[in-house]
Design a protein around this ligand. Sequence first.
Ligand code: FES
Length: 211
Amino acid sequence: MDKNQWAYSENVKKHFMNPQNILQIEEDKYPADGKGMVGSPACGDMMMVLIKVANNRISDFKWKTFGCASAIASTSALSELVLKDGGMTLEEAYKVTPEDIIRELGGLPSNKIHCSVLGDKALREAIDDYYNKNNQKNPSQESVSRVVCDCKNVTEEDIRMEVLEGVTDFEKMKEVTGASTVCGKCEQDVRDTMKKFVEQYYKDDIYNPGE
Ligand code: FES
C-alpha cells in the first residue's frame, strides 16, 4: 500500500464517528479537579482535558478539541483507556504514551502520529494541575528521563516527544529544543537518539494498519 495514503483502522473510524467522553456543557459548569490545555489556536489543534479525581484514581475524563479526525479518535480512545475498570490511578495515567493510544486504536497512519500526542500531553497537564491545586508534589515527575544535552537540559523524552510531533530533521530538532546549540558535544547523542525514535515511529510500519 502507498505509504502516503492514509489508512484508518475500524477503531479510528468508530471513535471519530462516535467520540466518547466529550465535554458537552460549558467548561465552567464542569467541576474539574484538574485541567490541561495544549496546542495552539493558530494551528487549530487545541486540546483541553478536564479530569475528576477520587481516591487517587481518575473518576471522570472530559475533553474538547479543535483538532483533526485523528486527534478526536485518539483522545476518545484515550478517555476510554483511562476510565476503564474504575479509572487508572494518577500514576498509571501519567505514564500513558502515544504508543498505548495508537495500539488501542489499532494503528494510525504515521503522518498522523503527532495528532495522538495532544490528548496524553493535555492529560499530564491536567494531572500536574490537580497536584498543584492540592499543594502536592506529583510523584510521577520524579522519574526523569536521561539528559542528552547538558547545556540545554534536553532529555530523551523531550526528543521523543518532538519526533512524535513530526520533527525528524536534526536542524529542526536543534531549533525547537535548543539541543546541540551550545558546546555541541552532544551532537552525536542527539542524532542517535532521534534516529532511534524516527525508526521506531516512522520507518517501521507496525502502527500502520493494512501495510
Ligand atoms: S551538551 Fe548539548 S550543546 Fe552542550
